[in-house]
Design a protein around this ligand. Structure first.
Ligand code: NDP
Ligand code: GDR
Length: 348
């Protein structure tokens, strides 16, 4: 039985990857940090999975900023594969906590790699790299050879992580790969990322329990895929004969405004946008403002447009995204509508 260690197991991707690896027969170990409230809602169902799965899902307390915990867990678990998904993953927050972001997102992966090297382990290592590395884009679409130009403390930290992964591969022969993943979403997406923020707020507006959805840059364009499809690629990268870095993306791009329109269509809300810049609003069929622009959500430096070319992954990993933009929006909107109904019933 193969053994995997996942950092960031309590996050969106950690939950999908755990489910995927358990399905492949792996023993799955995860690192979670200590929090004052439970933070395992996304993975609680995996503890009592199907018969035979008991004991194949194990959590350990640790933190990306604490070498001692990381080294101890690696030595204890002796994993065949490590998936480093843990990060302070919010771009806007990284402007407010730049030093912590660098500690967890840049030095964190170094701590893991150094422990693997020092302990002389044969572990394969996956680093959660990101399309944010391209930032101010130098070429469209972006592929593995496109020059990087990070635009946030988050992206700069992830740039270090990208290169230290390449460096440990080249210097010490570690099987270490970067998956350069473009945005991927799902009903498990964190509630402060724009897609989930939109589907959550619009579901409440639909039920009359929410009023206005306040957003930042409506013109930002992203290449949005489904997290369930993307975690499979993380695994596939570690099954190759040679370690390599891959872009994973759908090759289709939409704006934040397009996402709002698609979610409204899915929920049966009429919406018309009018005005420009900070004055832009979205009105419903009765003329009520349901979307407005709030400068609080603008970033000191923005990534305006991202569009990936996953040609290499297509060729070498057989990668093809399975979920269309429409299906992704529909799945998220349906899940948030169900959640908003439960909330409404509970309160009232
Ligand atoms: P989430 O924000 O949903 O999850 C992040 C995970 O990291 C959580 O489990 C979180 O724990 C954990 N974490 C944060 N800080 C620490 C720390 N100091 N020590 C230990 N654990 C920590 O992110 P996603 O699942 O969306 O993303 C997974 C990875 O992929 C991240 O590294 C992200 O930067 C990267 N990425 C994501 C993309 C996306 O579109 N989703 C695209 C490209 C890259 P807790 O639950 O306690 O907060
Ligand atoms: P991103 O995702 O920054 O691409 O990082 P996010 O959903 O936060 O923003 C996408 C775009 O939408 C614009 N935007 C808003 N964003 C948020 N969060 N809230 C708003 O109200 C809002 N209004 C407009 C943003 O300015 C941006 O242009 C995600 C994270 O998962 C990273 O960890 C990952 O590396 C990248 O995707 C790929």
């Amino acid at each position: 039985m193969k053994r995997a260690l996942i950092t960031g197991i309590t996050g969106q991707d950690g939950a999908y990857l755990s489910e995927f690896l358990l399905g492949k027969g792996y023993e799955v170990h995860g690192i979670k940090r200590r929090t004052s409230l439970f933070n395992t809602a996304r993975i609680d169902h995996l503890f009592d999975g199907p018969p035979g799965q008991e004991g194949r899902f194990v959590l350990h307390h640790g933190d990306m900023t604490d070498s001692s915990s990381l080294t101890r867990i690696l030595q204890q678990v002796q994993p065949d594969e490590v998936y480093n998904l843990a990060a302070q993953s919010h771009v806007a927050v990284s402007f407010e906590e730049p030093e912590y972001t660098a500690n967890s997102d840049a030095l964190g992966p170094l701590r893991l790699l150094e422990a693997i090297r020092f302990l002389g382990m044969k572990t394969r290592f996956y680093q959660a790299s990101t399309s944010e590395l391209y930032g101010l884009v130098q070429e469209t679409p972006q592929r593995e050879t496109t020059p990087f130009y990070p635009r946030s403390p988050y992206a700069v930290a992830k740039l270090y992580a990208y290169w230290i992964t390449v460096n440990y591969r080249e210097a010490y022969g570690l099987f270490a790969c970067n998956g350069i993943l473009f945005n991927h979403e799902s009903p498990l997406r964190g509630e402060t990322f724009v897609t989930r923020k939109i589907t959550r707020a619009l579901a409440r507006i639909k039920l009359g329990t929410g009023d206005v959805l306040r957003l930042g840059n409506l013109d930002a364009k992203r290449d949005w895929g489904h997290a369930r499809d993307y975690v499979e690629m993380m695994w596939l990268m570690l099954q190759q004969d040679e370690p390599e870095d891959f872009v994973i993306a759908t090759g289709v791009q939409y704006s934040v405004r397009d996402f709002v329109r698609a979610a409204c269509a899915e929920l049966g809300i009429e919406i018309t946008f009018e005005g420009e810049g900070l004055e832009e609003v979205g009105r419903d069929g009765q003329g009520r403002v349901i979307v407005s622009v709030d400068p609080r959500y603008f970033r000191p430096a923005e990534v305006e447009t991202l569009l990936g070319d996953a040609g290499r992954a297509h060729q070498k990993l057989g990668w093809k995204p399975r979920t269309s933009f429409e299906t992704l929006v529909a799945e998220m909107a349906a899940a948030d509508l169900a959640e908003a109904r439960r909330e409404a019933a509970h309160h009232g």
